[in-house]
Design a protein around this ligand. Structure first.
Ligand code: C2E
Ligand code: MG
Ligand code: MG
Length: 694
């Protein structure tokens, strides 16, 4: 299109274009340059014509770079890209270069036409921007991004298991006050001095950076041991503590340090920095002017807890929580009086979890209140359903301390129960921990009274473990004391536990409260409890907690222990108490022998397997028992069975020793039959004794 342009016009265009232009011939001699070329390179036409363009090379590119460039140029007649060249004055600069190869009519390259623009300024500006992003204006220390970059590099190249990498966050104490009192200009000067001091402290492999404000960070790779970390910490603290003199005034600073150590803390760069920062805040919280080492274990626990909170919130929303019900009975009448709602979590992966697996972790978190509200709602719907079916039961629910101590406890409670106007509140009982009630007696007293006005009753759960004083029992108007299971477990073995339970029952009577025992596992415990004055009970010996849908059928088929009926309508003499203990000892003895078959070791000496006079039952039988009951025929009949019990027991232990487990199991059945025979005789003995008393 421009074929007919006169050469003068072409000349003007070439001379005035902003790009530098250089034309060289096939033998690489420069034939033409324009004014911009001279402006950029400093070479005049006279100096450059006839020379090789190599004269411009900066030395920053290697031979491979140029040979690649030539290859592309010859193959495609074109090359373009950024290239470092050198001006006449020796200054290296960056240009954008575009070269075209011109071929003649014979198809051979006759010329190379190069256009270039100087992009050094743009490059410099970009570098400045980069630098501003990476380095702090005031102290010239690397900023966060650089620190992270360096820390990542250190972590990537971390090899030795024996070395420690320390990340130390340093925050000046009360720097804001200093700034406010003396002005920011002075504050800035102090920061510069601190930065300089820190820079002097570090080794060539360390880095000191500024995170912003008065917060600095040190990255110290390859420390040999904790001593070195401590040394460094001490040096930083004393370095900052030494006075700073500005314009004749002395300033004294202190600092708080947070430290985390890789690989103990095996986090990534961002996390390490965050952990050191957290540790620094801990040092501040602990009173400033000190250092604090990040606690990896605690952090992991906190992390696990956070995950549990999330999982549990999800569980509430997705109906993974359920209530099991454990019956409570009146042992004297044999009637089921109620059931305690006990929380379970049907976990999608871990299966059915008990409250001990998750509640203790949320005890101090508001989630326990959400859970508590859910439990109340759920129990109320269950009550409503059972009452409609004609099943009259009291349901007790457990109320966590945090929930009970909420100021608006009664309001929230009323808000839930208002959805169930058909459920009389006398069917609801709230179990509160004795220890929770102790925390704020006044509040708890108020809550209990308000709820009692609505018809709800209260039980003091785990009673006996919370160090309650008598005055407290006077003030807390709970309706029922629930004796803690730990005292019931050993009721027949430990005199002290029996005394304690007797004491609690006495207290309940004195304060006119009802009393119930939890953790009843054997019939004998129940008999003794009744004798001591506690007729209500709950425990595995009666029933384990079960899903709501099974409770009605369980109640229909429930058969109270025979012993309870025998002893129920009499205040028997405590002189007969050892009989109960003997019965309990016998059951335990058989259980322990049978455990041998499952590979569990029993203390054979204690079992006195070779001598039926020496086991605990034997002691009772031949001493106290025979003094008291030898005139009764059924008592005498027990002796031969008991001798057989030991005979079979010995055989089982021997067979187990010979690894003949199958035969041992056969013998086990025989032992169980003998046990039942003894229990039957003991029952007859008890009937006899009671008949005599009537
Ligand atoms: P707790 O209120 O004292 O409940 C009695 C616990 O003892 C239940 O354990 C029950 O299964 C167990 N237990 C009952 N009888 C026997 C027995 O004869 N032998 C043995 N070894 N254990 C027996 P669980 O269900 O694991 O509950 C443990 C604790 O978790 C409860 O103690 C209660 O403090 C708490 N908890 C349960 N459900 C809830 C709830 O819905 N909310 C709150 N805040 N706490 C709950
Ligand atoms: Mg309870
Ligand atoms: Mg309890």
């Amino acid at each position: 299109m421009y074929k007919n342009l006169p050469p003068e016009i072409i000349g003007i265009i070439l001379q005035n274009t902003r790009d530098g232009i250089m034309i060289s011939n096939a033998s690489n001699q420069i034939e033409y340059i324009n004014q911009s070329f001279t402006d950029v390179t400093g070479y005049s036409t006279e100096e450059i014509i006839g020379r090789d363009p190599k004269i411009l090379q900066s030395g920053r590119h290697d031979a491979a770079f140029y040979s690649d460039m030539w290859k592309i140029l010859i193959q495609t007649d074109h090359w373009e890209g950024e290239i470092w060249d050198k001006r006449k004055n020796g200054e290296v600069y960056l240009e954008f270069l575009s070269i075209n190869a011109v071929t003649n009519s014979e198809g051979q390259i006759s010329h190379y036409v190069a256009f270039f623009s100087d992009i050094q300024e743009k490059y410099n500006f970009g570098r400045q921007l980069d630098r501003a992003a990476q380095f702090d204006d005031l102290t010239a220390l690397p900023k966060r991004s650089q620190i992270i970059h360096y820390l990542t590099t250190c972590l990537d190249s971390y090899q030795s298991e024996n070395k420690l990498l320390a990340v130390i966050v340093i925050d000046l104490d009360d720097f804001k006050t200093l700034n406010d009192h003396h002005g920011h200009a002075l504050g800035d000067r102090i920061l510069i001095i601190i930065a300089r001091r820190l820079k002097r402290l570090i080794r060539s492999t360390d880095m000191v950076g500024r995170l912003g404000g008065d917060e600095f960070v040190l990255i110290l790779p390859a420390l040999n041991n904790m001593d070195e970390v401590e040394q460094m910490t001490r040096r930083i603290i004393s370095l900052i503590a030494s006075s700073i003199e500005i314009d004749g005034h002395k300033y004294h600073l202190t600092t708080s340090l947070g430290i985390t150590l890789f690989p103990f803390d095996s986090a990534d760069a961002e996390m390490l920095l965050r952990h050191a920062d957290q540790a620094m805040y801990q040092a501040k919280d602990n009173g400033k002017n000190q250092h604090h080492l990040f606690d990896t274990k605690k952090d992991q626990q906190a992390q696990t807890r956070r995950e549990l909170f999330q999982e549990l919130s999800h569980a509430i929303e997705h109906n993974e929580l359920i209530l099991y019900y454990q019956p409570k009975v009146n042992m004297r009448t044999g009637k089921v009086i109620g059931a305690e709602a006990l929380l379970r979590w049907q976990h999608p992966e871990k299966g059915l979890l008990g409250p001990g697996d998750f509640l203790p972790h949320v005890e101090y978190h508001d989630l326990i209140i959400d859970i508590g509200n859910w439990v109340t709602y759920q129990a109320m719907s269950q009550l409503s359903e059972w009452l409609q079916q004609g099943l009259e039961l009291t349901i007790s629910i457990n109320i966590a301390a945090r929930q009970l101590l909420q100021r608006d406890f009664v309001d929230s409670f009323c808000n839930i129960i208002k959805d169930f106007p058909d459920v009389p509140l006398k069917y609801l009982e709230l179990e509160i921990l004795e220890s929770a009630a102790l925390e704020n007696t006044e509040h708890v007293e108020h809550v209990i009274k308000q709820c009692q006005e609505l018809g709800v009753s209260f039980a003091l759960d785990d009673f006996g473990t919370g160090y309650a004083s008598l005055s407290y029992l006077r003030d807390i108007p709970a309706n029922i004391l629930k004796i803690d299971q730990s005292f019931i477990f050993n009721l027949l073995d430990k005199q002290k536990d029996m005394t304690l339970v007797e004491g609690i029952i006495g207290l309940a009577i004195a304060f006119q409260r009802a009393v119930i025992a939890e953790g009843i596992e054997t019939a004998e415990q129940g008999v003794l409890l009744m004798r001591l004055g506690c007729d209500l009970g709950q425990g595995y010996g009666i029933a384990k907690p079960m899903p709501a849908c099974l409770l009605a059928d369980w109640i229909k088929s429930y058969q109270p222990e025979k012993e309870w009926a025998i002893w129920s309508d009499t205040l028997w003499e405590m002189g007969d108490f050892p009989l109960l203990v003997a019965q309990y000892d016998h059951i335990n003895w058989v259980r322990r022998v049978l455990k041998c078959i499952d590979g569990e070791q029993s203390n054979l000496e204690e079992l006195a397997i070779n001598d039926h006079h020496q086991c605990r039952f034997g002691h009772w039988y031949y001493e106290y028992g025979s003094q008291r009951y030898s005139h009764i025929k059924v008592f005498e009949e027990i002796e031969s069975i008991h001798t057989d019990v030991h005979k079979v027991g010995r055989q089982i232990v021997k067979l187990c020793g010979e690894e003949n487990i199958a035969t041992a199991r056969q013998k086990g059945k025989e032992l169980l039959e003998l046990k039942d025979k003894i229990l039957d005789k003991l029952l007859q003995l008890q009937y006899h004794i009671i008949k005599q008393k009537k």
